[in-house]
Design a binder for this molecule. Sequence first.
Ligand code: SF4
Length: 328
Amino acid sequence: MTKKGRVFSGARPTGRQHLGNYLGAIQNYVALQKEYDCIYCIVDVHALTTLETTRDIKNNTYEMALDWLAAGIDPRESIVFIQSHVPQVMELFTILSMVTPLGKLTDLPTFKEKVRMQPNNVNLGLVGYPVLMTADIVLYKADLVPVGIDQASHVEFARETVRSFNFRYNTSVLKEPDIKLTEVPKVIGTDGQQKMSKSLNNHIELALTPEETEKVVMTMVTDPARKRRSDPGNPDVCNVFSMHKVFSSPEEVAMINLECRRAGIGCVDCKKLFAKNLNAHLAPFRERRAALAQNPDDILDVLRDGERRARVIAEQTMAEVRDAIGLP
Ligand code: SF4
C-alpha cells in the first residue's frame, strides 16, 4: 500500500513506559504506521541537556525500545533508532545554529521554563535544544510531525528555521514539516492531580505484573470528598473513573457512574475492577514483552537496522545541504 508521507517523532529515553506514555504517544505511533512511513527516534542526545547523570541512559533506551516494540511498533513498517547513532544530526544542528538568532532561542517560553527548573545547569545545549529538534525532523525530510496542541510551537519553530536556511542559501533542499495535530489525552497520575510522570512517581508502568499493577491502582486517589464507603461519590472528579472510561466496557462505566453517586459501589471494588480490566488489556503486550526480552540481541538488531536505514536518508540530506551551502 502506498503511504501518505513520512512522519517523524522522537522521545527521550525514559526507560520503562507508563500508561501516560502509552495513551499519549505509543498508541498513536502504532496507529500511524498503517498510513505513513514512520521514523521513531529515541532522542538520547536531547536527554543530555537536562540529565545530571547518564548512568541509566543505556538501560533506559533499551527498556523503552522493548516497550515500543511490544506495544506494536513494527520495525518492518517503521524505522526505530537511537538519535546519537546517526551523527549527521549533530552536523545539521551546527549548520542550522548559524541561521538561528540567539535571542529567539532565549526568548522561548520553553527555555525560560527550563532555566527555572535547572538554574544551575543552563548549558549551551539547553539553549540550542529547539535547533537540535529541528535537525531531527528535517534531516529525515519528514512531511509530518504528530504533536498535541501545546507542542505545536516546536514544529512552527522548525518551519521558521527551515525557511531561514533555505532563504539564506537560496535553496529548497530542506523541507518544512507540517504539524499533524494529535489529540493527546492528559493522563493524570495516581495522585489524582498531576500529569502522570515517572519523575513524580505517580505512574503505572506497563510492564508491571498484574499483582503489582493492582497494588499501584489501589493507591490511586479518588473523589477526595468521599471519606467513607457510605458517602456518595462523584465520578466526574475521580481519576479512577477517567481510567474506567478508557479500559472498561460501556456497561461497566455506566454502572460505576450510577452506583458511585449512590454509594452502591465502594472505591476498593471500583479500583479492583479497573485493575482487572487494565491487566486484561495489557496481557498481550506483556506476553510480547516477555518474549522479546528473552533475546536482547534482537532488540539491538532492530535498533541497528533502524540506524542503517536512517543513515541512508540522513547522508543524502546532508550531501544536499553541504552542496547548497557550497562547503568545499
Ligand atoms: Fe472514584 Fe470509583 Fe470511588 Fe467513585 S467508586 S469515587 S468512581 S473510585
